[in-house]
Design a binder for this molecule. Structure first.
Ligand SMILES: C[S@@+](CC[C@H](N)C(=O)[O-])C[C@H]1O[C@@H](n2cnc3c(N)ncnc32)[C@H](O)[C@@H]1O
Length: 284
């Protein structure tokens, strides 16, 4: 059965765009309303709604609004990710950050490490971090290590928890690591238990991390390829949220096309060949 496409008027797009930006930070690009209308038309018909103005009200005010939000999110987010993305940054993590953290923790008599992948998508970044930590050999059984993935999109989190990937996810991964940490099942690769023991995945919104991550202090937060789609003032808000979850001296990794140049009050940039990372400043 073909579904008739319902047109989205400029004002309707403006309302939905504003609502999405307010709710999760993402700024829908101008000119994407036709594509969005095509993706959402079947849903409007299911709901027997005649226009996107009605859909906007449904999204905002109906008793089913949070379930509807979860249906909308996968249609508007970019979930592109793969194992060992942005290798230069990962080298800095392994060669500079992890040894420095280990030294300072041991000096304080601590043996715990907390890492957050903020906007983790289908989990490749989280499992990459687990592999890197295991390969580093620096964090053995007597360390309490947790690598948490947070994403706004329930659907990608289900995939992350399953931990089953196609070959394409490993184009930047050395084959011996795939062999060591994943087992082949048909044409899929499934993460081994050793990668699961430190890792967890939780639904959460970077605009409001108080419920999801309250009480945690993360030694490293990676928020890569997420803020690129956000407005400047929302980036500031998300970075403030991260600041509330980190002590002075903790590290923040952003995607290579994202920069904190306008929001450096709480983090200072550390420059390495091919990679910039950020370190939380001492609070006054
Ligand atoms: C392009 S993926 C990046 C995945 C991974 N960090 C990487 O660099 O490969 C961006 C992810 O951010 C998530 N995201 C976008 N806005 C979010 C928000 N407000 N809160 C939590 N996750 C969000 C999306 O659902 C998507 O899965």
């Amino acid at each position: 059965m073909t579904v008739a496409k319902i047109a989205m008027q400029a004002e309707e797009f403006r309302l939905i765009r504003e609502y999405v930006a307010e709710s999760m930070g993402l700024v829908l690009e101008e000119g994407t309303h036709k594509g969005l209308a095509a993706k959402l038309s079947p849903r409007l018909q299911e709901l027997r709604l005649k226009s996107f103005a009605e859909y906007y009200s449904y999204l905002k005010f109906s008793p089913g609004r949070s379930a509807e939000w979860q249906r909308l999110v996968p249609l508007i987010t970019n979930n592109e990710t793969y194992f060992f993305r942005e290798a230069a940054q990962l080298s800095v993590l392994v060669q500079q950050v992890l040894p420095a953290l280990k030294e300072s923790k041991l000096a304080r008599g601590e043996r715990s490490l907390r890492i957050l992948s903020a906007g983790c998508s289908t989990g490749e970044e989280v499992y990459t971090l687990a592999m890197l930590l295991l390969e580093s050999g620096g964090f053995t059984w007597d360390w309490d290590v947790r690598i948490a993935g947070i994403d706004v999109d329930e659907r990608v989190l289900d995939a992350a928890r399953q931990g089953s990937y196609g070959e394409r996810a490993f184009w930047a991964t050395e084959p011996h690591l795939v062999e060591r940490y994943l087992k082949r099942q048909g044409d899929r690769y499934v993460v081994r238990d050793i990668l699961r023991k430190w890792t967890s995945f939780t639904q959460g919104n970077l605009l409001d991390l108080a419920d999801t991550a309250a009480g945690e202090q993360y030694d490293v937060i990676l928020c890569r390829n997420v803020l690129i789609y956000f407005a400047d003032q929302t980036v500031q808000r998300v970075v403030d949220n991260f600041g509330a979850l980190q002590r002075s001296g903790a590290y923040l990794f952003l995607g290579h096309s994202e920069s904190l140049s306008r929001t450096q009050a709480s983090y200072r940039p550390l420059r390495f060949p091919g990679a910039i990372i950020y370190q939380k400043r001492e609070t006054a």
